[in-house]
Design a protein around this ligand. Sequence first.
Ligand code: ZNH
Length: 147
Amino acid sequence: MVVWTDFERATIADIFSKLDYEAVGGATLARCLIVYPWTQRYFANFGNLYNAAAIMGNPMIAKHGTTILHGLDRAVKNMDNIKSTYAELSVLHSEKLHVDPDNFKLLSDCLTIVVASQLGKAFTGDVQAAFQKFLAVVVSSLGKQYH
Ligand code: ZNH
């Protein structure tokens, strides 16, 4: 059972309330595919991923990035039940999509960088600590149904 301080709860809610899901989701997934090119294998049917410019301009990537952020929103709204909230999504990624769970961590690191660049000075050490704790719980919960 994860314990959240009032500061952590307020910080996570505040960050997500400020995010433009479309812009941040697209930028995060694009960055993940550029920085860790082996993650492109899951998106073979998403069209042109030829280089960084193509990835950043790919509308399917932008749309799926938005889907992922909406997926994260479910954890924000269920901070005390992230594991059960993601049970089904974990099964989907494991059994149907065959996404290596290491990739959840890679994506979450890209999200941290995109959020940091959006928040600028407001992304203090305390804020980063809260955000990374939240993402660590998300990553662990998404990996829970892998055998
Ligand atoms: Zn994932 C899908 C979420 C990560 C890959 N995803 C998906 C969805 C969601 C998600 C919500 C939708 C589902 C349905 O439809 O039902 N993810 C998510 C999250 C995360 C993720 C929250 C974290 C954080 N993914 C991920 C990664 C990868 C992926 C990292 C790789 C690399 N996903 C994926 C795919 C899919 C998905 C491939 C399918 C897509 C299509 O459409 O086809």
